[in-house]
Design a protein around this ligand. Structure first.
Ligand code: PMP
Length: 404
């Protein structure tokens, strides 16, 4: 047989498979409570509305909805995306500032590939979204990790100190990839003053910001703060969000809001990748916005997740060792825990899985694989019973590991 490994391109070998997907494979078919994934609760999908919308589209608009469409996205959908973005406080944009992607994952992939070269300086939160880090790792940049504190959030003092240091060395930060709202995995949300400060720093030190607002609509406690893009006066922020958490991840739809120059680059790039995002899902999501399906469904999504979050947090409070810290997320789908330093959550995983519970070791979320004592726990997908039981089992494993 042919040894394909010997034929692989150099850049391919830099791409890593997602640790979470690999992990989920290990739990398939086994009786393991998985706190590892990041799937939405399927009971939150507005299936009946989607069925009706799809019927209507196929009946009335199949000639267009089943056809090829434009690279930047279906115009009538982009109009609705302007409206949806306005609901996040992003105004003074029009359809030309919108670009439709196959999930926000594709948006991140394209933006990082368009802008980041080997050796460029890019700042990321420590921890940050694993699948974004994996794209970036393949670009071989110089990473600058910005710590995220469970209480204070993303440490902008540290960012400023690094910016000064780079300047002294005649170097320049190119981009900061940041998840300001319901951060995945840390669960923190950047306050308004920090958002302003970050934009001021971007202006002063002339870098661009890649803002990932995947959970912007999924803040279930208090108001969702305005995204950076809404406060941005210089067009420095490239914004992405997704339908995965508010409608259905299987539709694979995301979008970008950015200046025209960025949209043009995306257009050229995506023509080479896949011509355009599938047309039918764009029609479905357009109608879901237009008919109010998304906004009407959001209260149910939020109440489902707030209940589950609370079950998880109570179980953690009751059972975790007092030396551990954990996030109290106001949105999103994850609790992140900082365990006592002596615990290696990567090594502990096998033991936990043998006992019947899986989680994602936090090191994968650190660009430098530090954070060995951290773990990410998902509360959106497991049932409430599984959440309680899963945390109880996990706590026993942690305590054993701690007393060893
Ligand atoms: N960004 C963040 C922070 C995420 O958590 C996710 C999904 N887990 C994505 C981007 C990508 O989501 P999708 O491609 O489904 O839009």
């Amino acid at each position: 047989m042919v040894n394909y490994q010997s034929f692989l391109g150099i850049e391919t070998s830099l791409l890593k498979s997602s640790e979470i997907r690999d992990l989920l494979k290990l739990t398939e078919g086994k009786k393991v409570i998985s706190l590892a994934g990041g799937l939405p609760d399927p009971s939150t999908f507005p299936s009946e509305d989607i069925r009706k919308i799809t019927d209507d589209i196929i009946r009335d608009e199949s000639a267009q909805a089943l056809q090829y469409s434009t690279t930047s996205g279906v115009m009538s959908f982009k109009k609705e995306l302007v409206n949806l973005s306005k609901m996040r406080g992003i105004s003074s944009i029009n359809e030309d500032n919108i670009f439709v992607t196959v999930g926000s994952q594709e948006a991140l992939f394209m933006i990082f590939n368009i802008f980041i070269d080997k050796g460029d300086y890019i700042a990321v939160e420590n921890p940050s979204y694993l699948a974004a880090l994996n794209i970036l790792r393949a670009r071989q940049p110089n990473f600058i990790g910005i710590d995220v504190d469970p209480q204070k959030g993303t440490n902008l003092d540290q960012l400023e100190a690094k910016l000064k240091e780079l300047k002294r060395e005649n170097k320049k930060l190119k981009m900061f990839y940041v998840i300001p709202t319901a951060q995945n995995p840390a669960g923190t949300t950047m306050n308004f003053d920090d958002r302003k400060r970050l934009l001021d720093l971007a202006s002063e030190y002339d870098f661009i910001i890649m803002e990932d607002d995947a959970y912007g609509f999924l803040v279930f406690e208090g108001d969702s703060p305005a995204p950076l893009r809404a406060l941005d006066k210089e067009g420095r922020v490239i914004y992405t969000s997704t339908f995965s958490k508010i409608l259905s991840p299987g539709l694979r739809l995301g979008w970008v809001v950015a200046e025209n120059d960025v949209i043009k680059e995306l257009e050229i790039y995506k023509q080479n990748v896949d011509l355009h995002t599938p047309t039918l899902p764009q029609y479905i999501a357009r109608e879901a916005i237009k008919r109010g399906v998304i906004m009407n469904n959001l209260p149910k999504v939020k109440s489902t997740y707030i209940e589950k979050r609370d079950v998880m947090l109570s179980a953690i409070e009751e059972n975790f060792p007092k030396e551990a810290k954990w996030s109290h997320p106001v949105g999103g789908m994850f609790v992140f825990s900082w365990l006592p330093e002596k615990i290696n959550a990567t090594k502990m995983l096998e033991k936990a899985m043998n006992r019947g519970v899986a989680y994602v070791p936090g090191a994968s979320f650190y660009h430098d694989y530090s954070g060995k004592n951290t773990m990410r726990l998902n509360f959106s997908y497991p049932s409430k019973e599984e959440l309680k039981k899963g945390v109880e089992i996990l706590s026993k494993v942690i305590k054993e590991e701690f007393s060893n």
